[in-house]
Ligand binder design. Structure first.
Ligand code: MG
Length: 400
C-alpha cells in the first residue's frame, strides 16, 4: 500500500513513541526500553522503524524526565527525530503530552501511537496503520487468537468457553486522525488511566476499527521475551568476508616481522611501521568486512606516531571498530608469498601469535605460505606479500 496513492493532498503523518514507563516488570535497574537486544537499545530500534519510514515526517518520543541521559545515548544520531517530550505518571498522560507537543506547531493529519517496547514493528504494519487511520479515523492493529480461550473461576475451574473468533489481541501502533485523538485525550478523565489510546477514543464515542496486525510485533515484557528477542537478532547476524593484501620491499637488515613474530633473515623490511605484511593484510581484511576504509585511512603514513609502530596496534584498532558495531571475528585465513625466509619453521609461532592478537581460538586461524616460483618481485626476492581473508559476524546495521 503506497500512502502516496491516497486520494488527497500529501498527508502529514507523525508518530509518538511512548517510552516513559519505568518497566518494573522486568528485572534489572534499567527501564526496559533502554535495555539492549542485539547490541542496540530497544528504544533505538523502535525509533528507527518510524524515523526511517518515508511517510512519517515527525517522530516524538515521550520519556520519563529522569531518563534524559539514557535517551540521549540511545537515540543519538537518528535522523528525523524530534525533541523528546516529558511524559506523565500514566501512559495516558504521557501520550497526551506527546499529542500536545505535536499540536503546538503544524499539527499532523494522522498520528501513530506506539509502545517503545515493540521494536519489531515492520514498515508494512506502519503502512497499514496509516491507511486504517485515514479510512476509519481511529484504528488498532489486532491479531486473531490461535489458542482456545475460556473463562475460569477463582479456583481455576473452567467456565464456559469463549468464541475466539470474536476476539482480537491488540497491538500498537494504534492510529488516529490527529484532531480526533487530540480532542479525545483533552476530554478524557485524567484519572481513568486508560491503558491504550483505542480506549481513550472509545470513551470519546468513536468507533475504533481493527486492522491486520503483525504476528511477530511482540511487546517485550518478561525476561523470557528479551531472551527470545536476543535470539531473534542473533539469527539476523550477517556473515561478511573482507580481504586484505599487502606488500613490502626488502631492505638491508637482519630480521623481518611477520604475523607479530620476529624472524631472522638476511634482509630487513623497508617500511614506515614495522612492515609486518601479514598483520597489515589482516587489518585491511577486517576493515574490508566492515566497509570502513583501509589501513592507510586509519593510520596515515604521514603521521609520525606510526613510525616503527608494532603492527598489532593496527589489528587492535580494526577489532575495536568491529566491537563498536557489536561484531565478532570468526576466522582468519592468510597466505604469505615469498621465496625467503622459509615460512614453514615459523608457521605455528605466527599462527599462535595472530590468534592471540585477534582473540581467536587457534583453529580459527589459518596460515599458508607459497613461493611464486621465482617469478615476479617475490620470485626475485625483492620483497614479501601477504593476502588475508577475515570472516566477521555482524549484527543487522542501519543502512546508509
Ligand atoms: Mg603495509
Amino acid at each position: 500500500m503506497q500512502v502516496s496513492s491516497l486520494p488527497t493532498k500529501p498527508l502529514r503523518i507523525a508518530a509518538i513513541i511512548v517510552a516513559a514507563g519505568r518497566g518494573s516488570r522486568v528485572g534489572g535497574h534499567l527501564p526496559k526500553q533502554y535495555r539492549e537486544i542485539g547490541g542496540e537499545t530497544v528504544l533505538r530500534r523502535t525509533a528507527r522503524a518510524f524515523c526511517s519510514h518515508s511517510a512519517i515526517s515527525e517522530t516524538r518520543i515521550v520519556i520519563h524526565p529522569d531518563d534524559h541521559d539514557l535517551y540521549d545515548k540511545a537515540c543519538t544520531g537518528i535522523a528525523n527525530l524530534g525533541p523528546a517530550v516529558h511524559g506523565g505518571a500514566t501512559r495516558q498522560s504521557s501520550v497526551h503530552a506527546g499529542l500536545e507537543a505535536l499540536a503546538r506547531h503544524e499539527p499532523p493529519d494522522i498520528v501513530l501511537i506506539h509502545d517503545a517496547a515493540r521494536p519489531f514493528v515492520s514498515s508494512d504494519l506502519i503502512d497499514r496503520a496509516i491507511f486504517a487511520a485515514w479510512q476509519h479515523g481511529a484504528a488498532i492493529p489486532g491479531i486473531p487468537l490461535v489458542d482456545s480461550i475460556a473463562r475460569v473461576d477463582h479456583a481455576m475451574v473452567m467456565e464456559q468457553p469463549v468464541d475466539r473468533n470474536v476476539l482480537r489481541a491488540a497491538q500498537t501502533p494504534q492510529s488516529f486522525r490527529f484532531d480526533l485523538i487530540l480532542s479525545a485525550h483533552r476530554r478524557a478523565d485524567p484519572d481513568a488511566a486508560m491503558t491504550d489510546d483505542a480506549a481513550v477514543a472509545r470513551a470519546a464515542g468513536h468507533a475504533v476499527v481493527f486492522f491486520t496486525g503483525q504476528i511477530d510485533n511482540m511487546k517485550l515484557t518478561t525476561e523470557a521475551d528479551y531472551e527470545q528477542a536476543e535470539r531473534r537478532y542473533q539469527s539476523l547476524y550477517e556473515t561478511r568476508i573482507g580481504q586484505g593484501y599487502d606488500v613490502h620491499a626488502f631492505a638491508p637488515g637482519d630480521h623481518i616481522w611477520l604475523g607479530g613474530v620476529k624472524i631472522p633473515h638476511d634482509h630487513g623490511i623497508l617500511a614506515h611501521s614495522d612492515g609486518d605484511v601479514a598483520l597489515h593484510a589482516v587489518t585491511d581484511a577486517i576493515l574490508g568486512a566492515l566497509a570502513d576504509g583501509d589501513i592507510g585511512t586509519h593510520f596515515p603514513p604521514s603521521d609520525m606516531q606510526w613510525k616503527g609502530a608494532s603492527s598489532d596496534r593496527f589489528v587492535a584498532h580494526a577489532l575495536e571498530l568491529m566491537h563498536q558495531r557489536g561484531g565478532r571475528l570468526v576466522h582468519l585465513d592468510l597466505t604469505i608469498v615469498c621465496e625467503a625466509p622459509k615460512i614453514g619453521p615459523h608457521r605455528e609461532a605466527i599462527r599462535q601469535r595472530i590468534a592471540e592478537i585477534a582473540g581467536l581460538a587457534l583453529n580459527r586461524v589459518s596460515i599458508k605460505a607459497t613461493t611464486s616460483e621465482k617469478m615476479g618481485f617475490t620470485g626475485r626476492r625483492e620483497g614479501i606479500a601477504a593476502l588475508a581473508l577475515a570472516t566477521l559476524s555482524l549484527p543487522p546495521m542501519e543502512e546508509s
